[in-house]
Design a protein around this ligand. Structure first.
Ligand SMILES: O=C(O)CCC(=O)C(=O)O
Ligand SMILES: [Fe+2]
Length: 364
């Protein structure tokens, strides 16, 4: 966290608490451990090995379908992403965040591009206890200038490229290639599990606006009051997350009790979560699930999500194959890029109004 973050602090008990980080009482985490069955762990070898049998792929599609329905969150093993590349990226991330604030600020995000460093993200209007570096999958990434539906002006976003650590850009580029491969495999499995043609989702991702995020959660002196990331749903298609061995990610269980469940770190696995657009495309058959990150008073934590987003001008709406007389569309169409801009605009200060969410597009 930068030095200016304490400028608005006031004393609360013995710790100096910056009010911008403080969650409303209902969102403050209980730090006791919740026992319970964790999210499913799925072996992807039927689609990553050389000679898969058709029956093993069928079984995998069924497993993915149940995980999507029951949890919206699962972990995958044997996903094909080289471990050495993941280690290199994690080391590069640690070495980037270990620099001084002045050095990190040299690659700050600004209005010319969403790529870069910042430590001021707000989720639902409360400041997150974390630092971030975002890197776009495509260069340039085309994105609307404003959220106004009638404004056709487009920006060409490019990446911010830190001088340190060396090869930062090359490692990220290589990592993005792997994420693209894995995300297309997952989209195929999800399409098949919904009874769709396997490549059904691919057309949305030609000019994709996906990005990799490096998250750094410093130790936090008041983990009972703040969160690394407040409760939210991801707004793209899906997210592929690499987390280190510290833990802190929690997912809201879909059963009636709505408990927060810890997502236990499993060495070498990836966490997959469905995001808002899969919910709309599937007409609510699958749902985007709420999750959050709790912080730790002693340990720092690193995580690396890859957010898969379609092209900015894709109109997101329930897929026609899934719509029929007894299953009419449950969501109004929206333009991917305009929706995201409206949502970001709402993320900037702490105020009580809810920022734009997918349920605002629900047809009553
Ligand atoms: O750090 C994590 O484990 C998850 C972060 C997250 O949910 C997000 O950045 O959207
Ligand atoms: Fe998230």
């Amino acid at each position: 966290m930068n030095e200016s973050s304490s400028s608005s602090s006031r004393a609360m008990g013995t710790v100096d608490v910056d009010q911008a980080f403080i969650q409303e009482p209902e969102h403050r985490p209980s730090l006791s451990i919740i026992e319970g069955q964790g999210i499913p762990v799925i072996d992807l070898s039927p689609v990553t090995s050389n000679n898969p049998s058709l029956s093993s792929i069928d079984a995998l599609v069924k497993e993915i379908g149940s995980a999507c329905k029951e949890w919206g969150f699962f972990q995958v093993t044997n996903h094909g992403v080289p471990l050495s590349l993941r280690r290199n990226l994690l080391e590069a991330s640690k070495s980037f965040f270990a620099q001084s604030f002045q050095d990190k600020k040299k690659v700050s995000r600004d209005e010319t591009s969403a790529s870069g460093y910042y430590d001021t993200e707000h989720t639902k209007n409360v400041r997150d206890w974390k630092e971030v570096f975002d890197f776009l999958a495509k260069e340039p990434t085309l994105f609307p200038l404003t959220s106004d539906e009638h404004d056709d002006r487009i920006l060409h976003w490019t990446n911010k490229n830190p001088q340190h650590p060396p090869h930062f850009r090359d490692i990220l580029k290589e990592y993005i290639k792997e994420m693209e491969k894995l995300s297309y495999k997952l989209l195929e499995l999800i399409a098949l599990s919904l009874g769709l043609e396997s490549k059904r989702f691919e057309e949305f991702f030609g000019d994709q606006t996906s990005f990799v995020r490096l998250n750094y959660y410093p130790p936090c002196p008041y983990p009972h009051l703040a969160l690394g990331v407040g409760p939210h749903k991801d707004s793209g298609a899906l997210t592929i997350l690499d987390q280190d061995d510290v833990g802190g990610l929690q997912v809201k269980r879909k059963t009636h009790d709505q408990e927060w469940i810890n997502v236990e770190p499993i060495p070498h696995a990836y966490i997959i979560n469905l995001a808002d657009m899969i919910q709309v495309w599937s007409n609510g058959a699958y749902e985007s699930v709420e999750h959050r990150v709790i912080v730790n008073s002693e340990k720092e934590r690193f995580s690396i999500p890859y957010f898969l987003f379609p092209a900015h001008d894709i109109e997101v709406k329930p897929l026609k194959e899934l719509i029929h007389e007894h299953n009419p569309p449950k969501y109004r169409p929206y333009k991917s890029g305009k929706f995201l801009l409206k949502r970001f605009e709402g993320n900037f200060q702490k105020h009580r109004e809810e920022n734009l969410q997918i349920h605002h597009f629900k047809i009553a």
